[in-house]
Design a protein around this ligand. Sequence first.
Ligand SMILES: Cc1cc2nc3c(=O)[nH]c(=O)nc-3n(C[C@H](O)[C@H](O)[C@H](O)COP(=O)(O)OP(=O)(O)OC[C@H]3O[C@@H](n4cnc5c(N)ncnc54)[C@H](O)[C@@H]3O)c2cc1C
Length: 377
Amino acid sequence: MALIGNALIVGGGVGGMCAAIQLRKLGVAVTLVEQNPSWAPDGAGITISGPTLRALRTIGVVDEVLRRGGHWDAVDVCGADGSVKVSVPVLPAIDGEGLPGAAGIMRPVLADILGHAVQAAGAEVRLGVSFSAMTPDDDGVDVQFTDGSRGRYDLVIGADGVHSAVRKLVLPAFAGPAFTGQGSWRAVVPRRRRNSTIYMGRTTKAGLNPISETECYLFVLDKREGMDFIDREQWPARLAELLAEFGGQVGEIRDALRAGALPEARLLYRPLAGHMIAGPWHRGRIVLLGDTVHATTPHLASGAGIAVEGAIVLAEELARRHSLEGALLAYAGRHYDRARLVVSASGRMGQIEREGGSLDEHTQVMRDAQEKLRAPL
Ligand SMILES: Cc1cc2nc3c(=O)[nH]c(=O)nc-3n(C[C@H](O)[C@H](O)[C@H](O)COP(=O)(O)OP(=O)(O)OC[C@H]3O[C@@H](n4cnc5c(N)ncnc54)[C@H](O)[C@@H]3O)c2cc1C
């Protein structure tokens, strides 16, 4: 007998959408509420690692992601002047004939692909809606929604991101994510190369990853003292300052920023925060997924990937266990180590960057983690 007949998912990000698709495959009636009426995330690029491509194949969307995104099999490592020093092949695709080593896509495009898959799977999607109260009992969870409606669910999945409201019901003592000492800059610019490109400056590292046939995104990590937000009007000048030492395409981006030719709408700045919460990740019939319990910095480009993997593991455990408690314990138990690997290796890479530590150690931490993440879920 199925453990649950229906489920509410709070949060329509990558994790929530993949959970909706996987639960529909089990025949569970799914309602997904997303507070953002447009259901579109920030207009930034996102990198999709090999293990994430494998997970998106399980979800059923990898062909569309590769069709609408960009992909590469090698990284060109350049000096600050933009000259290529070495081309390093990315690890080959995992057991997936035909999959590239890595890919990139605009976040709103990925959200569009997953959103269509959620609706095609038959989930009920309610946009511009959140919950205002949840009352769990032994047999279900009564939910009051912000639009005044009510519902009762066998399981509630909190997939509402790093600042989760559902988490307050499951882990009321958790203090919130910690600032990691870096900020992230991203900009959408024209694509010039087949490969991903990294520029190694004296004080700053910048990278360009393809997100389609014609565009790529620039990413730069910046050492910062506090979690202060920077006014949008200052973004072009602040990013240009960070790129002072570069030539090549990154130098041209700096010059365009200074000339006002790269509008602030193509840029995004965000201070980085994260956490790794020990399991169990549920209380009764409410369970947490994705950034709510493991929010990471972008150093391994795997945060969204582990949210997708969490959704796959949660659905698999719900399908094969004989009790809901057993399934929710097994989900956290099975997923925890991979999530912790991503959060801790990313954190260590950020620390090395902030402290100007060993480049060899940085590369080693990244390669070790990438190798381990190739293991089956
Ligand atoms: C700067 C930066 C760069 C990154 N780059 C990469 C990368 O290249 N590759 C990668 O794999 N990962 C990357 N990540 C990590 C990745 O973005 C996250 O791990 C991923 O988005 C987590 O997905 P999620 O579904 O758990 O949460 P989210 O994507 O945050 O989705 C949460 C959703 O819940 C909604 N919501 C919030 N509160 C409520 C509420 N109360 N009610 C209803 N809805 C609600 C939000 O609107 C949102 O749609 C990066 C992260 C950062 C900060």
